[in-house]
Design a protein around this ligand. Structure first.
Ligand code: GDP
Ligand code: MG
Length: 296
């Protein structure tokens, strides 16, 4: 019989949570970029092997909410960390552990749940700098274990996954053996497009980006996908389009390539850019884009 259960992945924006989730399940399902607020919704990544099924729940980083989308993101962290077997706090080892992070870890430690800390990005952090950070963690009561990993180089990830199995408390399967996420293909496609916009555009715009899939149809042995990139200010549209459409073309090329990998099939992708002012405060648009809470 397999041991099964849920593990929530929490931590600051940019700590490396989504990269670690993808490494833990050996699949790319959660999008990654150097921009904060890349992950907006909790997304499950499922690992199933001979003796376990671990459902990892990736969350948005802690943030200060400024709009309805921000409120939604905060709620999704709360929802994701309730009723789990273990909390996995991800800390960027390269940046060091801030007082704010220590505060968050202490808060989780008080919950009396198994609490594992993964210090990640060890490929770019110096060992001697990590030692004082480990001492800070040592001083906190209630941490079950600390692991040092590099999600990018896949160092220590297998050991971490193995160690986490002991916290699983269930014995029933929550998902099918070959499921890798709770999200639909459509959602993953929209997220892939959003990732490419985040990676291509400058700082200010990405927070205001949403992606709506207008059409996703399997036709003559390939996927025909039509999607709209929503921006919240008229001045953002020419930036996403780029000079003579160069930016949107580039986004399209990269998105198509990644979506083909995701869907394992040929993809035709058409992208549009549309201004929808203040969409992050519109319940209607949030719902359209799939940011809908299941629990409230
Ligand atoms: N060098 C290095 N960079 C990493 C590692 N993990 C994540 N990153 C980078 O850190 C940034 C934020 O990663 P992401 O997974 O989106 O962080 P999240 O906001 O916590 O989900 C991205 O640019 C990643 O490529 C790692 O193990 N090593
Ligand atoms: Mg993330």
């Amino acid at each position: 019989m397999r041991k099964t259960g849920f593990i929530a992945i929490v931590g600051l924006a940019n700590a490396g949570k989504s990269t670690l989730l993808n490494a833990l399940i050996k699949q790319k399902i959660s999008i990654v970029s150097p921009k904060p607020q890349t992950t907006r919704d909790s997304i499950m990544g499922i690992w199933t092997d001979d003796d376990s099924q671990i459902v990892f729940v990736d969350t948005p980083g802690y943030l200060q909410s400024k709009n309805a989308l921000g409120d939604y993101m905060l709620r999704s962290i709360d929802n994701a960390t309730t009723d789990v077997d273990c909390i996995l706090v991800v800390v960027d080892g390269h940046d060091g552990i801030s007082d704010r992070e220590i505060g968050q870890i202490e808060k989780y430690a008080r919950r009396k749940l198994p609490l594992v800390v993964a210090i990640t990005k060890t490929d770019i952090s110096q060992a001697e700098k990590l030692l004082p950070e480990l001492a800070k963690l040592n001083a906190i009561q209630g941490i079950s274990e600390v692991y040092c990993v590099s999600a990018k180089r896949n160092k220590g990830v297998d050991e971490l996954r193995q160690a986490l199995k002991k916290y699983l408390s269930g014995d029933q399967m929550y998902f099918e053996e070959d499921d890798i996420t709770d999200k639909s293909q459509r959602y993953l496609v929209a997220e892939t497009i959003r990732e490419k916009v985040l990676l291509s555009c400058e700082n200010e715009i990405p927070h205001g980006i949403g992606v709506a899939i207008n059409k996703m149809a399997w036709e003559n042995g390939s996927w025909d996908i039509d999607a709209t990139i929503l921006v919240e200010k008229a001045s953002h549209k020419p930036i996403v389009l780029g000079k003579h459409g160069a930016m949107i073309k580039n986004i399209g090329i990269h998105a198509r390539e990644s979506i083909q990998k995701l869907l394992e099939a040929r993809v035709f992708l058409t992208l549009w850019v549309k201004v929808k002012e203040d969409w992050r405060n519109s319940p209607y648009v949030l719902n359209e884009l799939g940011y809908t809470s299941k629990k409230d």
